[in-house]
Design a binder for this molecule. Structure first.
Ligand code: HEM
Length: 422
């Protein structure tokens, strides 16, 4: 098909899908479709509760054939070998979109870079980055937390981890953010062509970097991948792994930090508790945010063979949407699930990082980054307050603010870096 033909076919699919969502949501009152409409995007949680009321596995018209809000059912579908993933053609999401054995082979290769020991070795670098960002923000007094703090931190960490030279880090960040915007779907033809253009530039940057690390390996993930022995990584598998790590590092941790700050500012008593004991309570605040308002709201699995789930027959090829954000508020599992309580008794693990073989590879890093961010923020800016309206991202899968204006209030004395460790 010619490029114009492809573009037209794409536009027809895109606008057909939009019309289907609007029809299913407004006319058929389909709950999954309503998540995509204005109210659902602003606050999906009441819709999740209505899905839960209908049963543990209910038919859907948008995003999949079935949907579940149950912790037990999400957990079991995500862990079941009868279910797997099926990426849309053209998606560059590497092993996130693969089933075993390819998934196992590629994940194993990258895993050592995210071991507890390696991740712990990033602590000081993360602390330095956080302190630097807060210095700049404090000087401004009033600032937008997302672009000034939550977003630059994960970008700095992941570009460092991948071994991106400082001189190129800005370009990687720009192209990566543009591609990450597709996680929530392509919005228009213009968006699609921007993605394509940024994708080409990002690939070129990675190609050069991969070439450099072949000649001069260093202590980073890309060097590890290119020096991997034998046929462990096929040449055309390299680029998607790099893109996956870049985007996964960009688009998620930013929302964990912002959602945590939002929840704490909405619960001033708990923010005061964190400020009184930042080292002890920052990690708890992050963990409760992952349960209460997770950055990734849902994922899905395809039945690889016919399966019976909750007494219903799921045919081979049918897609089950696992609403992990709803599972995290399942009253069968959590007491007072709709309340943000950082002093909550530890219970079964939330599903914010999914479960089973695709359980988030980067979770130790995400937890460490967010904990350090909240800890130092509480130490340095205990009088932090919201200074303007929140503007949210537009999609349904990734949840978090795009803009969160805050004021630092009265400045706290700067502690010595040693005080940040431990
Ligand atoms: C708060 C931050 C994060 C959240 C909420 C998050 C969430 C998730 C979720 C839900 C999945 C599984 C999706 C599914 O089951 O279909 C996943 C997979 C993955 N995540 Fe994360 N993630 C975060 C941060 C990171 C970071 C910082 C990295 C790496 C730099 C990362 C790398 C990955 C990778 C490589 C996978 C694919 C694992 C596989 O397919 O085996 N994530 N993440």
């Amino acid at each position: 098909m010619s490029e114009i033909g492809e573009a037209l076919a794409f536009a027809a699919r895109l606008y057909g899908e939009r019309a289907h969502i609007a029809y299913s949501g407004y006319v058929r009152r389909d709950l999954m479709a309503r998540l995509h409409l204005r109210d659902g995007r602003a606050n999906p949680y009441p819709i999740y509760e209505r899905i839960r009321e209908r049963g543990t596995l209910v038919p859907a018209r948008v995003d999949g054939d079935w949907v579940t809000a149950s912790h037990r059912v999400c957990h079991s579908v995500l862990r079941s070998r009868r279910f797997g993933v099926q990426p849309a053609p053209g998606d560059d999401i590497s092993f996130l979109g693969m089933n075993p054995p390819d998934h196992t082979r590629l994940r194993r290769l990258v895993q050592p870079a995210f071991s507890p020991k390696v991740v712990a070795s990033y602590r000081q670098r993360i602390e330095r980055t956080v302190a630097g960002l807060l210095d700049r923000a404090a000087a401004a007094g009033e600032f937008d937390l997302v672009p000034a703090f939550s977003a630059p931190l994960p970008i700095a960490v992941i570009t460092d981890l991948l071994g991106v030279p400082d001189a190129d880090a800005g370009d990687f960040a720009r192209y990566g953010a543009a591609i990450g915007s597709a996680l929530d779907g392509i919005k228009s033809l213009r968006h699609a062509s921007e993605l394509l253009a940024n994708g080409v530039k990002l690939h070129k940057l990675f190609e050069d970097l991969i070439g450099l690390r072949r000649r001069e390996p260093a202590d980073d993930i890309i060097s590890r991948l290119v020096t991997a022995s034998g046929d462990q990584v096929k040449p055309d598998e390299m680029m998607p792994v790099c893109v996956l790590l870049l985007i996964a590092g960009f688009e998620t941790t930013v929302n964990l930090i912002s959602n945590c700050v939002l929840a704490l500012l909405a619960h001033p008593g708990q923010w005061r508790d964190v400020c009184d004991a930042p080292r002890e309570l920052a990690a708890k605040a992050v963990e409760e945010t992952l349960r209460f308002d997770p950055p990734v709201q849902f994922t899905d699995r395809i039945a690889l063979e016919p399966a019976e789930v909750e007494g219903q027959a799921v045919a081979k090829g049918e897609r089950v949407v696992t609403l992990i954000a709803a599972a995290n508020r399942d009253p069968e599992i959590y007491d007072g699930p709709g309340a943000f309580r950082l002093h909550r008794e530890p219970g079964p693990e939330h599903l914010a990082f999914s479960s089973g073989i695709h359980y988030c590879l980067g979770q130790p890093l995400a937890r460490l980054e967010a904990t350090i961010a909240i800890q130092i923020l509480a130490e340095r800016m205990p009088h932090l307050a919201q200074a303007g309206p929140v503007r949210r991202r537009g999609g349904t899968i990734i949840r978090g603010p795009l803009h969160l204006p805050v004021t630092a209030g009265r400045a706290a004395p700067v502690r010595q870096p040693a005080g940040h460790r431990g």
